[in-house]
Write a protein that binds this ligand. Structure first.
Ligand code: PMP
Length: 367
């Protein structure tokens, strides 16, 4: 057998959200609704679909490797120089490029735990060591403890805000205090996959509100913002994400990218999405309203649901997590149980959310 890198031993495999069974009705044995991957429940907008289909007509050709048109469109939309943008195969692809650009054996990568499950995987693949800093009792990043965890070996820190799977977000004041303590040669990645769902960004909100990473990165060359078209823009299946970073980091990301990693179909659909942003953000608004309805329903049932700024809710069910997941599935929705820890349920179609609320109510009675 070929010799494989020992760093790969014991690597956790990325578990995709379980799919919903096609054609199954609610209440059937197989679940009809998928609330397990924080996807956008809305189907593609017709104009975005048309752009993708038109691009599909030339898939005998390689895509534009530089994603030049998409990069220009993003840069204009966000008000940043195009040189500061690096695209990749989903933001998880860009996160992997970030690791390849910064860390290897002997290095350390800090992130909160629990957080996005790809962080431990891509860190281990790089050969670096994961330093996991527990969330606070309120399911929030403990940015003081994360700054305390920095050593001379630290190369990269992920700050997932809003955090997957708890939905909590870091606030401006605590983030600035944290960044002031992190050495300038350590890259801090603000993973903002869910930023379009944040509603508490006013700076008169608690501790300065929830900041837009783009304001934070501007004066800090060691801060990089990670964004995706998968969630609010509904392009999860097309795999396109990007980082906004200062020139040296963005250039390193281009070097570590898989060549032609973003298909022309994905590039055109992403451009069309930016041009249809108003319609997409209207959908986001409906999802935010559903999020409020779901969370308030759960709170009324007596569940301690942390504040959520994303398109999902987190229930810390501990040892009952897997049972709750099975009960949801039997009732027609697939959620994401993390065994022994909690359950993350995406905000989806109204009917799906209603099923979740009904299962939670039953479960609460026997709690
Ligand atoms: N970051 C976070 C926090 C996520 O939750 C996800 C998706 N689950 C991603 C990044 C990756 O998304 P994508 O690769 O589809 O852009």
């Amino acid at each position: 057998t070929p010799r494989l890198r020992p760093a790969l031993d014991g690597i956790p495999t990325y578990k995709p959200g379980k799919p919903a069974a096609a054609g199954a009705g609610a209440g059937a044995a197989a679940a009809a609704y998928k609330l397990s991957s924080n996807e956008n429940p809305y189907p593609p907008l017709p104009g975005v679909l048309e752009a993708a289909v038109a691009a599909a007509g030339s898939f005998n050709r390689y895509p534009d490797m530089a994603c030049a048109a998409l990069t220009a469109e993003i840069a204009e939309r966000l008000g940043v120089p195009p040189e500061h943008i690096a695209t990749g195969t989903g933001s998880v692809g860009v996160a992997q490029q970030l690791l390849q650009a910064t860390a290897g054996p002997g290095d350390e990568v800090i992130y909160a735990w629990r957080s996005f499950e790809a962080y431990p995987i891509i860190t281990q693949i790089s050969g670096a060591r994961s330093v996991q800093v527990p969330l606070t009792a309120a399911e929030r990043h403990d940015l003081v403890a994360m700054a305390d965890a920095v050593t001379g070996a630290t190369r990269l820190i992920f700050v997932c805000t809003p955090n997957n799977p708890t939905g909590t977000a870091v606030r401006r004041g605590e983030l600035e205090r944290f960044l002031d303590r992190v050495p300038r040669d350590v890259l801090v990645v603000l993973d903002e996959a869910y930023c379009q769902f944040v509603r508490e960004n006013r700076d008169d909100a608690a501790d300065g509100g929830i900041p837009d990473g783009l304001e934070v990165y501007r004066d800090r060359p060691n801060v990089c913002v990670l964004r995706t078209f998968s969630k609010a823009y509904g392009l999860a299946g097309l795999r396109v994400g990007f980082a906004v970073a200062h020139e040296p980091v963005a250039a390193a990301l281009r070097k570590t990218a898989v060549p032609f990693g973003v298909s022309q179909i994905a590039q055109e659909a992403a451009i069309a999405s930016l041009r249809s942003e108003a319609a997409l953000l209207e959908r986001v608004e409906s999802l935010v309203a559903e999020r409020t309805r779901v969370r308030e329903g759960l709170l009324a049932q007596g569940w301690p649901v942390p504040e959520t700024h994303a398109n999902f809710v987190w229930l810390r069910l501990g040892e009952r997590s897997v049972d709750f997941g099975a009960a949801c599935e039997a009732a027609g929705v697939v959620v994401r149980p993390f065994a022994g820890d909690g359950v993350r349920a995406s905000v989806g179609e109204r009917e799906a959310n209603d099923i979740l609320l009904a299962v939670a109510e039953e479960f609460r009675k026997e709690w």
